[in-house]
Design a protein around this ligand. Structure first.
Ligand code: FAD
Length: 375
């Protein structure tokens, strides 16, 4: 994309972690940014998440995604430090590590494969069940082995959302809340602004689509954007004192302790359209998974159950960068299960695109027209 001049107007559609991080970074680089958010910033997938920042996380496939994930992972400590210079809201960044546990010999084999996959990326130490219980005494006797990943982070995603909103506002981003972008407007073959659902238009030289799983509903895009909602259910137990210090993973179950005494239990994955409602079946799966790992939780109070909508794409990869056909249109969406992990790198790379700079990571694999070519 052509470079925008200093002070050029940019509209960011969507105020989740991704939209706020992009807006913050773009404002710091001298652009005049307005963020349009339909509801409250940080209250959708960003709020619903578990806040795990794990490069070995949810999309462990080979290929370019690993480079993106690792770059964001390594950027995190400096990112949260910089955030602290703009807001008093503390996202409680905890670089503490995690245990991935095995309950059977077959699962021990999976841990060995996991260690091989991660070689050269992050250190994984395989330990026996007793060693795992020495690290985390509340773990069930059924745990026969574990992979200890020391280099793994987590934070409080709800606070991250508020921190990014605050930091962006303090950096000069204007927030237009309670209205949504209904269409991207173009004229003479380039973007000229957006139409608002509440009526009226906002003029801009560039528009960043960062509306999470709702991104594909914005009109005026040059082609269909297949970002779809993928529901994830979660719950929180009260666990004081915290029964575990490290995050604990097993299959699709993970347990993430918070400093406020909540223990987050995640997660399910299904397609339920735009219905972000927890279900009896989902909650029962989560509780069964949690009690299998930490039997002592049986008496823990259930504090909250919720569901969120991950922005999924057909290939599970995000859509990032300038539209190949419509100058001024930029995407920062489709982060699926990795949006919290990818927040720092997305802010940086999208600000590079807006500035007309070559990003340090190629955005070619994340082009918006790749689905058309594939079909
Ligand atoms: C249960 C669950 C657990 C997760 N756990 C993790 C995890 O541990 N680690 C991790 O890295 N990721 C995790 N994720 C994924 C992560 O939460 C998402 O990838 C990330 O939050 C996406 O951020 P976003 O800003 O793109 O979307 P959102 O946070 O959904 O924000 C999009 C925003 O756009 C607004 N909006 C929508 N349409 C419009 C419009 N037309 N105009 C204006 N505003 C609009 C919405 O109101 C919303 O605020 C999890 C997700 C879920 C659901």
């Amino acid at each position: 994309m052509d470079a925008l001049s200093d002070g050029a107007r940019v509209i960011v559609a969507g105020g989740g972690a991704i939209g706020c991080a992009v807006a913050w970074e773009a404002a710091l680089r001298g652009l005049d940014v307005t963020l349009v958010e339909r509801g409250t910033p940080g209250r959708e997938a960003t709020w619903a998440s578990a806040g795990m920042i794990s490069p070995s996380g949810h999309t462990a496939e080979e290929g370019p995604f690993i480079e993106l994930a690792l770059a964001s992972f390594h950027a995190y400590p400096a990112f949260v430090e910089r955030l602290a210079g703009y807001t008093a809201e503390d996202p409680v960044f905890e670089p503490v590590g995690k245990l991935v546990v095995a309950l059977s010999e077959a699962e021990v084999g999976e841990l060995e494969a996991f260690k091989r996959e991660q070689a050269g990326r992050i250190a994984v130490e395989l330990i026996g069940g007793d060693e795992a219980r020495r690290m985390e005494p509340a773990l069930s006797d059924a745990v026969v082995a574990a992979a200890h990943v020391a280099d793994d982070y987590r934070l409080d995603n709800v606070r991250l959302g508020r921190a990014l909103w605050d930091a962006a506002a303090r950096a000069g981003v204007r927030f237009r809340l309670g209205d949504s972008v209904s269409a991207v407007l173009s004229e003479g073959g380039r973007v000229r602004g957006v139409a608002l659902a509440g009526g009226g238009e906002l003029a801009a030289e560039a528009v960043v689509v960062a509306a999470g799983c709702w991104s594909g509903g914005i009109r005026g895009l040059p082609r269909a954007l297949p970002v779809v909602p993928v529901r994830g259910q979660m719950l929180a137990l009260q666990a004081v004192p915290p029964p575990i210090r490290l995050s604990v993973h097993h299959g699709s179950t993970y347990l993430v302790p918070r400093v406020d005494g909540r223990l987050i239990v995640g997660s399910t994955r299904d397609n339920a359209g735009f219905r972000a409602t927890p279900t009896a079946g989902g909650v029962s799966t989560l509780l069964a998974g949690a009690l299998q790992l930490l039997p002592g939780l049986a008496e823990a109070r259930v504090l909250e159950v919720w569901a969120g909508l991950r922005p999924g794409t057909p290939d599970n990869l995000p859509v990032l960068g300038a539209d190949p056909e419509l100058p001024g249109l930029v995407y920062a969406t489709g982060h699926f299960r990795n949006g919290i992990l990818l927040t720092p790198i997305t802010g940086e790379l999208i600000a590079d695109v807006l500035e007309g700079r070559e990003p340090r990571i190629s955005l070619e694999p994340y082009r918006a027209d790749r689905f058309v070519e594939a079909s």
